[in-house]
Design a protein around this ligand. Sequence first.
Ligand code: NAD
Length: 504
Amino acid sequence: MTRVQTTPDELDASVGAVFANLRELALDDGYPRFTALSAGAHLVDLGGAATAVLTIAPAARSREHPADSHLVGLTITDRGRLSDRQVDDVYACVEALPFTAHEIRRLAPQLPLTRGLAADVDGRPLRGLALFVVAHLVTDLVVQLETLVELGADPRRITVVKKEYAYRHRRRVESHLRARGVAVFDTAHVADALVDHCRRAAGGCLALDDGGYVLPTLLREHPELVPRFRGVVEQTMSGIFRLEPFDDLPLPVFPVAQSEVKRTIEPRWVADRAVRTIVDLLAEEKLEGQPALVVGYGRIGEQIADVLRDRRMRVAVHDDDALRLLAAHERGYATSGDLPSLLRAHRPRLVVGGTGRTSLGSVHFGLLPPGCQLASVSSRDTEFDLTALRELALRVEPVADIGTRYHLPRGPVTVLADGYPVNFHRSDSMSNRCSDLTVAAVTCGACVLARPDHGLADGVDLDRANAALAAAGLVERYYELYRARVDDPLPDQARWDTGFGRTA
Ligand SMILES: NC(=O)c1ccc[n+]([C@@H]2O[C@H](COP(=O)([O-])OP(=O)(O)OC[C@H]3O[C@@H](n4cnc5c(N)ncnc54)[C@H](O)[C@@H]3O)[C@@H](O)[C@H]2O)c1
């Protein structure tokens, strides 16, 4: 069942989009065929003696279903000769509904800072540039795409490489991108995506990376394509780490990941969502008073430790950097620079890894107490050595909607969200109003690199990136949007309603 928010005149378009998705499956010659049963119901003959009923009906109003919500549902009433795979594909057709115009109009005001860039940046700096974007398939991407287009980018010359996490609306976001003419690839095919992108690009290219996918792939697999790129905006620390093996980077990298804007504000939001997701996934556990261990006391790990302590867990911290370890100690956490000893002494019920490297390997897994839960907040699924964990396990089983359980000789250990960052598990991570700051910084970075006189040196140029973001005034604007207004207690509509199109 997929929820769409529509106006009455868009209902037919939503039904038509499901029809189109079903047709693309090409299940059987001449099928599917649709017969209207009533205003909101269609019988779908899928061929091969399989039938389904498609319904679209107003949802009862609730927190989960705000005004104008309709539920689009598909039920296979007879699977006939459909394979399990085909059954999954048929159901996916409903999950892959593009966003309605009504929904997009509602999303836009959730990112007023990003939307403001379309109105404020001089000219259309991205005109003529082909954007190669690595991104989370979350709803802020829909608004960012429209902003990039208003800033001059041609959607047919945009490539999106989708990260593989279990985002709540990933199929809908992907459908939206495809409907706008954007080419979509997955992270296993970055090299192919780069070749295809450069073939479609008429002029120069610019990369908006999230996790160090672009430049390492260009340098290792397609160095001949490097001159096509003006530069790279990198928005996450793991992407910065992945550039470390290269001595001389031939392009400017605009490191939003390391910028003051991102690193000062965002970690608390990440930590808050990550811990909320962990608590939801472990709803049947009692966490208060239980031992938790945070590995990696960096920007995010520091906040995770605080949020876990706020939830009354007994928190210990390990970091391989002496200064960070001291910082954790001074904040009152149990600490040790020797991870195996800490695992033995603290016996954590929950381990949260936020190093951005691989922090737990085979030497550590044998020391985990039975029933321990592992959660990562780092990008990708490399925080825990899952290959080693699998090799140590007597048995491995999926735990529906939670992750994977590894039955080790000492007892079971569960890896939440299969080792991917928990804050993205079946979620958009933080709210769009929070992600707006980073999305705006990345978009701003792209506009800076688009200018021939951007002034950034080749390599990671943090000082100039910080200066450019400061000059753009993002922090001041964000503060202005959300600061307390003691003299103006009622919400100021003008601050919130910046939809698509140029507004104040
Ligand atoms: N989940 C999200 O939404 C999200 C958002 C932003 C960044 N990230 C990712 O989270 C990770 C951490 O980001 P950060 O900004 O906190 O980075 P950071 O550099 O501030 O912190 C990393 C910490 O880990 C420590 N460390 C590194 N390797 C270690 C090891 N093997 N053992 C113990 N400690 C080790 C470092 O000393 C440092 O203190 C990165 O992968 C980043 O890309 C995730």
